[in-house]
Design a protein around this ligand. Structure first.
Ligand code: 5GP
Length: 123
């Protein structure tokens, strides 16, 4: 399936500066900011600056420089937030079954409390 990027999505607007965000880290190819509705004491979203819908779209099409920058940005945030000691969860919701609301690749970094088992069965 070929992904089509919708440049009117909310994270595209954040990247263009049309909507404010609380930035945690900005690098050449990536931006990390606080989730507006945090689900844990630490809830940070990390997005690539490029127009990628989801993780597989990014992995298949982004340059090595973008991919390296993105993965390193996640690592840098884990260090900045001191997450090594108690751990964290990294989530990349994708598509319909993954219940992805915003169609611009983002990983959620969740930490700061016990996060329970990985999956709850949908009703
Ligand atoms: P998804 O369900 O697509 O994986 O997660 C989208 C996330 O984006 C949600 O956790 C939601 O709270 C967050 N979000 C939605 N709109 C905004 C916004 O305008 N600003 C910020 N900082 N986060 C947002």
């Amino acid at each position: 399936m070929a992904y089509t990027y919708d440049d009117q999505n909310i994270f595209a607007k954040i990247l263009r500066g049309e909507i404010p965000n609380t930035t945690v880290l900005e690098t050449e190819h990536s931006l990390a900011f606080q989730d507006i509705q945090p689900q844990a004491p630490t809830h940070i979203l990390v997005i690539p600056k490029g127009p990628y819908v989801c993780f597989d779209h990014f992995a298949q099409n982004a340059s090595d420089a973008e991919i390296t920058d993105y993965v390193r940005a996640v690592g840098e945030i884990c260090k900045m937030e001191g997450l090594e000691e108690n751990g964290f969860r990294l989530i990349a919701n994708t598509g319909r079954d993954g219940v992805q609301d915003v169609p611009h690749l983002h990983v959620h970094i969740l930490a700061g409390r016990g996060l329970g088992r990985m999956l709850a069965r949908a009703e």
